[in-house]
Design a protein around this ligand. Sequence first.
Ligand code: XMP
Length: 516
Amino acid sequence: MDDLKAGGIAVIDFGSQYTQLIARRIRELGVYAEVYAHHSDASQMNQHRPAGYVLSGGPSSVYEADAPQLPPFLLDAERPILGICYGMQLLTAAQGGAVAAASEREYGPAVIRHEPISPLFDGLDAELQVWMSHGDRIEALPAGYRALAASDNSPLAAIGDLERDRYGLQFHPEVRHSPRGQAILGNFLFRICRCQPVWSAATFIEDAVERIRAQVGDERVLLALSGGVDSAVAGALIHRAIGERLTCIFVDHGLLRQGEAEQVLQVFRHEQNMKLIAVNAVEEFLTALAGVTEPEAKRKIIGRLFVERFAEEARKLRGIRFLAQGTIYPDVIESAAAGASAKTIKSHHNVGGLPADLRFELVEPLRDCFKDEVRKIGEALGLPESIIWRQPFPGPGLAIRCLGELSWGRLEKLRAADAIFTSELAAAGLLRRGTAQSFAVLLPVKSVGVMGDKRSYEEALVLRSVTSEDFMTADWARLPYDLLAKVSARIVNEVPGINRVAYDITSKPPGTIEWE
Ligand code: XMP
């Protein structure tokens, strides 16, 4: 792996909500980028011999007493540096320039005009739209620096020491609101750092296969397939590396969406030819969940039973040394950042730890990958679109979307309505892109309606569809009225037992995405 990662970029995190996005954007350009907390050791930050450093933004002010500092080794590293927002101010302050609070905070779109003197803006129009978000500004440049771009409110919107390849941007090139931001990052990577675009799904797979073989040797690996993207791609990747020596366990708890359990068997057993043990635990889960209405109680029961059934199967397969997991890079960053600089942390524990008699070494081939990279790898491994482009689905499944008491009948009703909603969204091109998560929620509430000439008294269903970048915040999707009308009509006509459909227009916060 080291060769593929070498010559990339170390992104140093000062607490910006955009730090991961910076790394993602760099990787989209074919260059490996890894995020490091600003207090990491030089040896850690340099472990993959980066060709350059990007300093993220952050919520602090450089003149505050406890503001995060520039890692001292950086100024002696003799490699290019790009400071973004706080990163730029830090670079300025550390080299003798002055930073102070601006009279007004600048937030939102701005137009910058740049001087055609630096490689950073090579090939770009003289005027560019960018996204600003800062409260501090540079008052005096350090020695060797000059202004490279200005906006109406920021005379120093971009600065650079062209001799030493150090640059600063007051705006955020990584966000979509800076339409040419990717070209600016590209110039930094290819014209200034002289990176090679070697990071791709194909090179990643080749490399990961070798690493998995090296780690696993002649041993066997076990994997819990959930039907979700991450475990599916991890499975396909490990299967490519070690074939028959991978055994997958799929616990069917009866809480998946319509057709999903069948699809898992079809794709992994028949199309991918993977060794797959399917455990039908539907009865057991429904029995344990009977009469339970409290959301956290549902989660606990499901988590416990899942581990029990998985452990039972795992015990039967003697002598397996490795357990594979679909951990991805944001999971790694978030757990590493707990207690450090990132502010937004949420993790869901679907399955608790395995019992003490089951000890495995972990294989986590996607630890370095962002979600969009996982999808590209899945595509390159030949997994079908329906698995790769699946929207996130909670571990407790439909149990937390079927409010009130669970029964097979109510779950089937929910599945049928949910399938209508998702198929209409897919037909309108709003499932894969356009909405981040869309699903139906069945309420334990009856209302009166009229169908044909008869009075009906049936349950109500809510449609939920949100847009979101990171699922920490979300907005309700402005779905077209005609689409909502069609979905509502189809559900009431085609799904017995539902006579009313509502659309949830709550954002998160204050709502959550799921109803339970
Ligand atoms: P909320 O409802 O908290 O959800 O806004 C944020 C994201 O997390 C998913 N979610 C879960 N995922 N186990 C999971 O694996 C859970 O218990 C769980 N609860 C919520 C939710 O679908 C959304 O993507």
